[in-house]
Each structure stands twice: as structure tokens, then as C-alpha cells.
Design a protein around this ligand. Structure first.
Ligand code: NAP
Length: 256
């Protein structure tokens, strides 16, 4: 499925990290992009960069996607645009013992990572099915393949994203709509700042460049792959945890 036939893409969480790279790479390939985020300054800077470098259209929306009324309004605001590609990238993680996390924070995370992704997928998939073309890229995580103590609820949201994406990939194929699930490992973005809060980030090891995640994902999308795990090390982790170890063993080992 060639991206060259696509005119407009939406990238949620385009203000930072992996989403920002999606905006830049898609603009570079000639797509017009609609990017969301909460950080207005970062979005405006991105808008300027895209216009100067690539000369495509870019529209930015400052929107907190943890609030259902905002998601509804966002869908209404973009209703005039024919969206060919939806990149459900906005998301965040929470790292701590489940009982030490604030319930409100967990609920917000489920809203963004699960509910908003589902609402947007449902809305735009329907339109794509009517037109018999389009694509959805959902950003999951290698954490979505395993029960992960301390990333407990976050990993569970990403398991949802993985399973929904694959089901949609199989369902929407016949309508000419392609769905790709991207499952990155640790990547150099602001993700860990938010997830770990005051805890030491250095313990997490080497981090992948987000551009690598995105260029690989777009290549996988064009090859109509259903799943993309960037990097050999991450693919090895997924393979070993899924095929060779039991979920119970992984959970107990990771709990320390
Ligand atoms: N980095 C990793 O190691 C890693 C690994 C696997 C999967 N992922 C996934 O990759 C995706 C992108 O994260 P990232 O690593 O690029 O982290 P990031 O740099 O923190 O970017 C997260 C993006 O999501 C947006 N976002 C978060 N909460 C939001 C909310 N309530 N409403 C609207 N937008 C919101 C942020 O917007 P604002 O900053 O403007 O609020 C930002 O644009 C996430 O789904 C994450 O789970 C990341």
C-alpha cells in the first residue's frame, strides 16, 4: 500500500518523540498532516519546521485526549477532511507498584491509550471502509506482549492495542484498509520522564532513536505487514518471552 496515494494523515501525540517523527516522515513523503498534542509551543514549532522543510499543509490541534468530550470535539473539528492514514500514537506509561499509583492517573492513561485509540479507529475506519482505502497505524509496545510488573496497567493497555490492531488488520483487509501494529522497545523520547517521575532513568539501558522506529514502521506499512517490532534486540525479547517462557515466570522474574 503506497503512501504516495494518500493525501491527509492524522498523527496523535505529534508534539513529541515517536509521533513527532511520524509527522516529519509523512510530511517528507508529501502527505498533509494533522497533528495533536497538549503542548502548544512544541506543536507550533513543528508546524513551522514542516512548512519550511517540506511545504505540505499541516494543521495542529491542542487537545487533551484523556477527556472524552475533547475526543468527540476533535472528531467533529476534522470531519471535513478525508483522512487516508490515522496514526494512533498518543500515549503514556506509568511505572510503579500498582497500589502506589493514583487511580485517577491510571484512568487517564486508559482513556488515552485505549479509549481514544478505539474511538478514533472506529470513526476513521468506517470512513475508510466507505472509500475502500486507507490505513491505520497503532503504536503499541513490546510491553504489550507480556505481563509486566511495575508497568502493570500500561503493559495491559498495550496488549489491548496489539490485539485490537491484529483483529482489525484481518477484518479490514477486504475493504482495502491496512492496519499495522508498531511495537517499539525502549526509545529515546520523553516517555520515561513521564513514566518514571523522580526515579532514576539511567537504569533503563540503551534507547532507540525514534526516527528508526518510524522509518521502519512506514516501510512495514507499505509492505502490508500487520506487526512491526523495531530492532533485532526487541524482536529477540518478543520471541523469547512469547515462545520460550511462561507468562507466570516472566511476571515473577520481572517483579524482582
Ligand atoms: N519511548 C518508548 O520507550 C516507547 C516504547 C514503546 C511504546 N511507546 C509508545 O509510543 C507512543 C509515543 O510515546 P513517545 O515514546 O514518543 O513519548 P513522548 O515523547 O512522551 O510522546 C507522547 C506523545 O503523546 C501525547 N500525549 C500524551 N498524553 C496525552 C494526552 N492526555 N492528550 C493528548 N496527547 C497526549 C504527548 O503530547 P504532549 O506532550 O503535548 O502532551 C506526546 O505528543 C506512546 O503510545 C508510547 O506508549 C513508547
Amino acid at each position: 500500500m503506497g503512501l504516495e496515494n494518500f493525501k491527509w494523515a492524522i498523527v496523535t501525540g505529534g508534539s513529541s518523540g515517536i509521533g513527532r517523527e511520524f509527522v516529519l516522515e509523512l510530511s517528507k513523503r508529501g502527505l498533509n498532516v494533522m497533528a495533536t498534542g497538549r503542548d502548544e509551543k512544541r506543536l507550533k514549532d513543528l508546524e513551522k519546521e514542516v512548512k519550511e522543510k517540506f511545504g505540505v499543509e499541516i494543521v495542529t490541534h491542542v487537545v487533551d485526549l484523556s477527556l472524552p468530550q475533547n475526543v468527540k470535539k476533535f472528531v467533529q473539528d476534522v470531519s471535513e477532511f478525508e483522512i487516508d492514514l490515522l496514526v494512533n500514537n498518543a500515549g503514556f506509561g506509568l511505572y510503579d507498584e500498582f497500589v502506589k499509583l493514583e487511580l485517577e492517573e491510571i484512568e487517564n492513561m486508559i482513556e488515552v491509550n485505549v479509549k481514544t485509540l478505539t474511538i478514533l479507529s472506529h470513526h476513521f475506519a468506517r470512513k475508510m471502509v466507505e472509500r475502500q482505502r486507507g490505513g491505520i497505524i497503532n503504536v503499541s509496545s513490546i510491553a504489550g506482549y507480556i505481563p509486566l510488573p511495575y508497568f502493570n496497567a500500561y503493559a495491559a493497555t498495550k496488549a489491548y492495542v496489539y490485539n485490537l490492531s491484529l483483529a482489525l488488520w484481518a477484518e479490514l483487509k477486504k475493504y482495502g484498509v491496512h492496519v499495522l501494529c508498531v511495537s517499539p522497545g525502549p526509545t529515546k523520547t520523553r516517555f520515561f520522564e513521564r513514566a518514571f517521575k523522580s526515579q532514576d532513568l539511567r537504569t533503563f539501558g540503551s534507547l532507540m532513536d525514534p526516527r528508526r522506529v518510524v522509518t521502519g514502521a512506514l516501510e512495514a506499512f507499505e509492505k502490508r505487514r500487520p506487526v512491526y517490532v523495531p530492532g533485532f534486540k526487541n524482536r529477540l525479547i518478543v520471541m523469547v518471552t512469547r515462545k520460550l517462557l511462561s507468562d507466570r515466570l516472566i511476571a515473577r522474574f520481572m517483579a524482582g
